[in-house]
Design a protein around this ligand. Sequence first.
Ligand code: FES
Length: 104
Amino acid sequence: MSAPKEIARCPLAELRSGEGVRVPSEAGPVAVFLVDGEVLAVQDTCTHEDASLADGFLEGHVIECPLHGGQFDLRSGAAVCLPAQHPLRRFGTRSDSEFVYVTA
Ligand code: FES
């Protein structure tokens, strides 16, 4: 099995607890969140329509879409509140002292 490939990076200094950061990647935009000291990354575009989840509202591990209020669990990517029905793609992350690296 090959090692996960780095597809995007985000300066650690840009991450604020409770806020998302949108970063471009070869897999499309990725939203990176800092939740209770844990870095979580998912596809940025909502699976319902075209909205950026990095601009959404974070409560615990749940991100609420800013457009229609659909909700997703960032730990699994699962849609947990309508109108969102389809899960988000999840990405791996690793960090060093400067960057968070998003991997796929
Ligand atoms: S675009 Fe996200 S819930 Fe509609």
